[in-house]
Design a protein around this ligand. Structure first.
Ligand SMILES: *Cc1c(COP(=O)(O)O)cnc(C)c1O
Length: 353
């Protein structure tokens, strides 16, 4: 079975052997306050910064999921009010969770059919934090680096938090455009779920220290204290961190991966133009995600194509939320090989008109 689900998805090919080795070499029994753990954690963070081009003065934290990152941001980096700009299900969920913890937070939904109109944004002055989803996995849209740059310039005094769960390690992100970035590893990193990365600028760290929030096991201030020694507030997913370290050691610079992912997505655009059965959920090319593709068709067609794919040994991604029955999604993640893609294209050629 090859999974093209946009997370969890196909694993990096190194993972099965690494898991075996981690068990055999005693890595799964090391204490999380030991020298051995600190060494692994430090190397992981060094590799992440190097390969993903994360600014050296940003801090990288381990959490267990992107959802946990939403909560940490709400509890530890917002006193009263955040402003959520979203066009799909993940951005909306993030807003809903935050709103429960910080009821003054505001949400602005924009159309997934259009690019975000930054000139028309009116973020209130008393907003502490602006929340954006760089890659909206539910409808396969993205906000480009240059748009994020424009928002950064337009709002220099507010912190900006960016959910890059399904794009980090797949495409190049300009981290200087945001203060808080996060992603879980079961998407573009090609790893099993159970780890996420929370990445904070010096301004975000400063804000956390100012707010002094310390009511939770995962209060950011506790995490800041522990990460000084490359440690975590609770016993972490050591296996996940070990896998992340090894895979990042092997990975090339994000500049290289970014080129590959973009050339592959362009190839998919050309490929699907020739079929009448399906069309792109997102019409405007500038709006489309580089790492997730969403195609729409009749409900009947979707059902048939997903079932046939399964028989063929291919898992396609279901549609998400309100697009559940009228779309399917394809992950364009680095772990997929040219051969996987050729197989999938051969399948579509056979079963789509
Ligand atoms: C998958 C995803 C999440 C949720 O990730 P978890 O690790 O399951 O918490 C959040 N945001 C986006 C954009 C996602 O694609």
């Amino acid at each position: 079975m090859i999974s093209f689900y946009p997370g969890p998805s196909k694993l990096d090919p190194l993972v099965p052997d690494l898991m075996y080795q981690a068990g055999k070499n005693g890595i799964l029994s090391i204490n999380h306050r030991s020298k051995e753990f600190i060494e692994i954690s430090k190397k992981t963070i060094v590799q992440l910064k190097k390969k993903l081009l994360i600014p050296t003065d940003y801090e990288v934290f381990y959490t267990s999921s992107a959802t946990e990152c939403w909560e940490i941001i709400a509890q530890s980096l917002i006193e009263k009010k955040s402003y959520h700009i979203y066009n799909g299900a993940f951005g909306e969920k993030w807003f809903e969770y935050t709103h429960k913890l910080k009821p003054e937070s505001l949400g602005l939904e924009f159309s997934f059919k259009e690019e975000l109109n930054i000139n028309n944004l009116t973020v209130p002055n008393d907003t502490e934090l602006i929340c954006l989803v760089q890659n909206e996995t539910s409808n396969a849209t993205q906000i480009q680096n240059k748009a994020l740059h424009q928002i950064r310039k337009q709002y220099p005094n507010q912190l900006i938090a960016i959910d890059a769960t399904s794009s980090m390690a797949g495409v190049k992100l300009d981290f200087s455009n945001g203060d808080i970035w996060f992603a879980s590893v079961q998407k573009c990193f090609g790893l099993p779920a159970g780890i996420a990365l929370l990445i904070c600028s010096p301004a975000a760290i400063k804000r956390s220290l100012q707010l002094k929030e310390n009511n939770h096991y995962n209060s950011l201030n506790f995490m800041i204290d522990k990460i000084k020694d490359y440690q975590t507030t609770y016993t972490p997913n050591v296996l996940g961190i070990y896998l992340l370290m090894e895979v990042m050691k092997k990975n090339k610079s994000i500049n290289t991966t970014d080129k590959l992912i973009k050339s592959r997505i362009n190839n998919w655009y050309t490929f699907f133009k020739t079929f009448q059965d399906v069309s792109f959920l997102i019409e405007k090319k500038e709006n489309r995600s580089d790492t997730v593709l969403a195609l729409t068709a009749s409900e009947e067609k979707i059902k048939v194509i997903k079932a046939k794919a399964k028989k063929y040994g291919i898992v396609l991604g279901n549609g998400y939320g309100k697009w559940a029955s009228t779309t399917f999604r394809i992950a364009n993640f680095p772990a997929h090989t040219e051969r996987d893609i050729k197989n999938l294209q051969a399948f579509f050629k056979k079963h789509l008109q």
